[in-house]
Design a protein around this ligand. Structure first.
Ligand code: JFZ
Length: 571
């Protein structure tokens, strides 16, 4: 399968946004958790074509298999989603604790999942189904009190010679202006006119769309529905809020309104070969970490060609919903907190309260919130309201916890606080019994620089890593951290090392420990970043106090052939 024949960097557009959303974003923080739905003709194909399975995101099947538009269009004749029940989708979203649904109205394949006068290539006119599922979904959302948004691919349309993306049928470039005026804008107008209140239009892959076109699209949306948000993938910095790169749970986040979007398995559209579902605990952690940085988390479901959401996916979403039923106060309307990322998890905040999301439960009987300054009135497990004993020690907050997590994959401890709270914003701290990550964004660098690597494994299943790049002799990265007691810790490094950097030598030091280690080749996989965790050895923290963990380049081979994602200390 052609892996790199899409200039994705050009397609994704920038993630900057306008400064002012005109007050449209007031509801965004209350939503926090949304359902993304990728449903279209590709769901019927399910990642297979002419007897071959195409691994990766199935909604790109037409592109990766270079299916002629005429042949792909014949899928419509057999698209008859008789299992589609809007109230079932909405019921699942409510059971999962999702407060907004965003559904693909028209994806890159050009097929409209709604009745459109602008193109007969739509579900009502071109399929035996003959119904408008977006109309039914809008009604069901209205009854259930859920917000509804529409995904619309405004630049790519593989069915149209005048749009972008189909390089196998059409010589191109076509007349994009004509496409914009005769299909994209009329269809977006239909979506904003015929389906009641629309919470947001989720644009995608703006590519090289002009600033004028982005501005005209945004103006039309805001004219037709002034409360409707547009995301940053409208292009040219004209979104009301930021959509991060797919499947990206960031370590640091943009100011203002932002979201990240995630697949439940490794594809947006349904693929009958992909059962790699994230478990409830993983999803809860990704949701909590997004909210702890002030963002929203939109999780995807990929209904089958018959219109049913896969049972495995639905069951896991309901487990997330049960957790939210017990802990929703720590998510809905919550946001950034003064407590930065810790080895045990993350922290969200609401006025007068902090919520410690303990995703990795220490077996030591104690939980530390480092560098704590502030008044704690009480501490309780959020789900059970059972009190948690707490004390201060060495300038930190110490909580006495049971050996086993009381609430499954993510136990939340609510701290009721008085007045201003200061804590370890990004300060690093050694938590016993856990993997303490010293990640790239929190390092002080000399002679090297922060970078980011994004890559796909199969196709379209994007992975992102914050890394340190540009290593040469004398480069160094250092992290300051606190420790509450002496101890011996195992030190690991997470890095990618191409063959030409194999054997490069670095020196690591912390406290009295200092030694050199060789970087070992982690392999070369075209277009992919092979990060591996290598054990370097044991280090000794001689007593409670503050330390510096540093790594320095001694003999660095190859140009740009070594990237460091971070170090880990674990006891
Ligand atoms: C786009 C689509 O191409 C894909 O099919 C899916 O709909 C997804 C939600 O959005 O894919 C992208 C777009 C942008 C990035 C990654 C995948 N990005 O900016 O990292």
């Amino acid at each position: 399968m052609a892996r790199r024949d899409v200039d994705v960097a050009r397609m994704w557009g920038e993630a900057s946004v306008r400064r002012e959303d005109g007050g449209r974003g007031e509801w965004f923080a209350e939503s926090r958790f949304a359902m993304f739905v990728h449903w279209g003709l590709y769901s019927e194909a399910a990642g297979r074509w002419r007897g071959r399975t195409y691994h990766g995101i199935s909604e790109w099947l037409m592109h990766v298999a270079r299916i002629p538009a005429r042949e792909y269009g014949r899928l419509a004749r057999r698209f008859n989603p008789t299992a589609f029940r809007a109230e079932e989708w909405v019921g699942l979203a409510k059971d999962a604790g999702m407060r907004t649904i965003v559904v693909t109205a028209k994806h890159h394949d050009g097929f409209a999942m709604f009745k459109s006068a602008a193109s007969r290539f739509n579900i009502v006119d071109a399929t035996p189904f003959g119904r408008d599922p977006l109309k039914e979904l809008a009604e069901a959302c209205g009854k259930a009190g859920l917000r509804l948004g529409f995904y619309y691919s405004q630049f790519q349309d593989w069915h149209e010679a005048d749009a972008a993306g189909n390089t196998w049928d059409f010589a191109g470039p076509g007349d994009f202006e004509r496409y914009l005026r005769t299909k994209a804008m009329p269809q977006i107008e239909e979506l904003l006119t015929n389906y009641g209140p629309v919470a947001l239009i989720w644009f995608d892959t703006p590519g090289s769309i002009s600033r004028e076109a982005s501005a005209e699209l945004a103006a039309m949306v805001h004219r037709l529905q002034p409360r409707c948000l547009v995301n940053s993938r409208i292009g040219n910095g004209l979104g009301d809020y930021v959509t991060l790169g797919d499947q990206e749970i960031p370590l640091t986040a943009p100011e203002g309104l932002w979201e990240t979007v995630d697949t439940h398995n490794d594809t947006w559209g349904y693929a009958d070969n992909d059962h790699n579902w994230k478990r409830a605990g993983e999803l809860i952690g990704r949701l909590a970490r997004s909210v702890s940085l002030g963002g929203n988390y939109m999780l995807n479901v990929g209904p089958t060609g018959k219109g049913a959401i896969p049972g495995e996916s639905a069951a896991i979403l309901r487990e997330v919903g049960r957790w939210l039923g017990r802990n929703g106060e720590s998510v809905y309307g919550a946001g950034r907190s003064p407590v930065g990322r810790q080895a045990w998890g993350c922290c969200t905040a609401r006025p007068g309260a902090l919520y410690l999301h303990v995703l990795n439960w220490p077996a030591t009987g104690e939980l530390w919130v480092p560098d704590w300054k502030g008044k704690v009135r009480e501490a309780r497990f959020l789900a059970s309201c059972e009190a948690v004993a707490f004390s201060r020690k060495g300038g930190h907050l110490r909580l006495a916890i049971p050996a086993v997590a009381p609430d499954g994959p993510a136990t939340v401890i609510k701290l009721t606080v008085g007045g201003q709270v200061k804590a370890a914003g990004g300060g690093l701290f050694l938590h016993d019994g856990l993997a303490n990550e010293f990640a790239a964004p929190f390092a002080s660098l000399h002679g090297c620089r922060h970078g980011k690597r994004s890559w796909m494994e199969k196709f379209g299943d994007w992975h992102h890593a914050d890394v340190i790049v540009g290593w040469k002799r004398g480069s160094s990265a250092r992290w300051e951290f606190g420790a509450v007691r002496a101890g011996m810790y195992c030190l690991y490094a997470d890095y990618a090392c191409l063959p030409e950097a194999d054997g490069s030598e670095f020196e690591v030091s912390v406290g009295e420990s200092r030694w050199r280690f060789p970087a070992l080749c982690t392999g070369r996989a075209e277009g992919r970043v092979r990060i591996r965790r290598e054990r370097l050895g044991m280090v000794t923290v001689p007593k409670a106090g503050r330390y510096v963990l540093s790594v320095r380049g001694v003999d660095v081979r190859g140009e740009g052939a070594f990237v460091l994602q971070g170090l880990v200390l674990e006891r």
